[in-house]
Design a protein around this ligand. Sequence first.
Ligand SMILES: [Zn+2]
Length: 61
Amino acid sequence: MVLIVPKKHFRSDMKYLCRTCKKECDDIPTHMMKVHKFSKSIIDSQLKSNPNTFKNAFEVL
Ligand SMILES: [Zn+2]
């Protein structure tokens, strides 16, 4: 089974502001895991079903 790593999708020079906690980050999945205690498996499955899942919760800076 090939594991798709959607993280790559977010890798860029862009920064994001989390609307929930008002903190900046440059990696949305990592932020969700570290700050909001989302498990990696949940994030992966959410991104697989909809790559924009978390983008709505972040503002691009
Ligand atoms: Zn946050």
